[in-house]
Design a protein around this ligand. Structure first.
Ligand SMILES: CC(=O)N[C@H]1[C@@H](OP(=O)(O)OP(=O)(O)OC[C@H]2O[C@@H](n3ccc(=O)[nH]c3=O)[C@H](O)[C@@H]2O)O[C@H](CO)[C@@H](O)[C@@H]1O
Ligand SMILES: C=C(OP(=O)(O)O)C(=O)O
Length: 429
């Protein structure tokens, strides 16, 4: 199992290219199941989750081909991948494939819409809470599906096709919004989704579906309207830049100090998080080539944060922000409102000397002048990056084990950090 060794103390200076967003690429890839034509996606990141989803899609009969730029110094892979689901050869997504990642469950919607039947194992993903699937099942039932959950599988049927509906989500769900968008695009008649997720990744998917011939309006707001169509065609579409990777590297600069251009980053995708970082004293500006992030000499003001649905502070940046606040000049409070168990990194940060107490869903972080390197564990995807960036700001050596979590969602992290002066290396045991 790989681990990552970090020697702290260096400032970050240089250019970090921001990859395509994992959480946009995954639903876009799944949308290829909706058509027998080719869906071409640009800017697909090379990640373990993308590879795993390719295996899942291949099992359903999707052919894929990779073109585009190859690895080059200081650049993204920026791969272009063509997905063609000429025939759906298997409507079953087995446990062995689906249990590794949350998004794989989302094939349920397009398989059902295209073939009238889907059998999909209940999903895996980061262990950050119970993560039920009730909203997926209820919204698909509203579209006319019959669904039973038995022996760990959801079995959905719609022998006469799906029918448009008016559905209000009782709680905002990014994944269930993705699935309903895909399923309703091929339903008979009109669908209105209320209390829909507004995340940029939902907009990216809706725009792609429209390029494929769907009729969707209102994406990016809480009410989305979908006029069902009988079939969708192929399209060419670009994966948006990864706002979570952007925020993570911005916080890395906040922890170490320095001056980094996050090339290709789009600040409009994470305004709340960037505004919070500015309040801590960091300098952040959007430039032609991306987002410039600086912290030169000054201390960090402690700023309270509460995670919210978009456009609020993203839960996927909560762990990294906690890392940053361990170095602030005073006390901050960080409240997690999306997932009930997303604080596993607290105990790991404590190994580096952080002072954090937990009460319910709020962590109280008292900044310390110095963190000291230690052996720590990556507990989930975003927490993995937190331990690495905290290690960059700690005195001495930090060794982060279980980095398979990290590989799910950060493309070539060591290489990107090394190019900016960090001492980071992967060790295979
Ligand atoms: C692959 C991907 O894009 N993952 C992201 C997606 O996850 P994901 O789509 O799984 O997150 P959701 O928005 O669905 O989850 C939000 C909340 O709703 C709850 N819920 C969800 C579905 C359901 O049927 N019932 C239910 O109760 C969840 O347990 C959670 O408490 O959005 C999350 C919230 O921004 C991010 O942290 C994840 O990185
Ligand atoms: C929680 C995440 O992923 P997943 O939903 O796949 O577990 C994430 O991307 O931070």
């Amino acid at each position: 199992m790989d681990s990552i060794r970090v020697v702290g103390g260096n400032k970050l200076n240089g250019i970090i290219p921001i990859s395509g967003a994992k959480n946009a690429a995954l639903p876009l890839m799944i949308a290829s199941l909706l058509t027998d034509d080719t869906l071409t996606l640009e800017n697909v990141p090379d990640l373990a989750d993308v590879q795993q989803l390719i295996r899942i899609l291949s099992n359903h009969g999707v052919d894929y081909a990779v073109t585009g730029r190859r690895r080059a110094e200081g650049q993204n892979f920026a791969r272009t991948v063509h997905f063609t689901a000429r025939n759906i050869v298997d409507i079953r997504a087995p446990y062995e494939l689906v249990s590794k990642m949350r998004a794989s469950f989302w094939v349920l919607g397009p398989l059902l819409a295209r073939t009238g039947e889907a059998i999909v194992s209940l999903p895996g993903g980061c262990a950050i809470g119970t993560r039920p699937v009730d909203l997926f099942l209820e919204s698909l039932r509203a579209l006319g599906a019959e669904i039973e959950v038995e022996n760990g599988y959801a079995h959905a049927t719609a022998k006469n096709g799906l029918k448009g509906t008016h559905y209000k989500f009782p709680k905002v769900s990014v994944g269930a919004t993705h699935v309903m968008l895909m399923a309703a695009s091929l339903a008979k008649g009109d669908t209105i989704i209320e209390n829909a997720a507004c995340e940029p990744e939902v907009v990216n998917l809706a725009d792609c579906l429209n390029a494929m011939g769907a009729k969707i309006t209102g994406q990016g707001t809480t009410t989305i309207k979908i006029q069902g169509v009988t079939s969708l065609s192929g399209a060419r579409h670009r994966v948006i830049s990864d706002r979570i990777e952007t925020g993570t590297y911005a916080m890395a600069v906040g922890m170490t100090g320095g001056d980094v251009l996050l090339a290709g980053a789009d600040g409009s995708l994470l305004e709340t998080a960037l505004e919070t970082l500015r309040q801590t004293g960091m300098e952040i500006s959007q430039e032609e080539g991306g987002l410039r992030v600086r912290r030169n000499g000054n201390g960090l003001r402690p700023i309270d944060v509460k995670t919210e649905v978009f456009p609020g502070f993203p839960t996927d940046l909560q762990a990294q922000y906690m890392g940053l606040m361990t170095k602030a000049d005073g006390v901050s409070h960080i409240t997690e409102t999306i997932f009930e168990n997303r604080f596993m990194h607290v105990a790991e940060l404590a190994r580096l000397g952080a002072n954090i107490t937990l009460s319910g869903q709020t962590a109280t972080v008292t900044g310390v002048p110095i963190l000291k390197g230690a052996q720590v564990m990556a507990t989930d995807l975003r927490a993995s990056s937190t331990m690495i960036i905290a290690g960059l700001a700690a005195e001495g050596v930090t060794e982060v084990s279980r980095v398979y979590h990290l590989d799910r969602g950060f493309e070539r992290l060591e290489e990107k950090l090394q190019a900016c002066g960090a001492e980071v290396e992967r060790m295979s045991h």
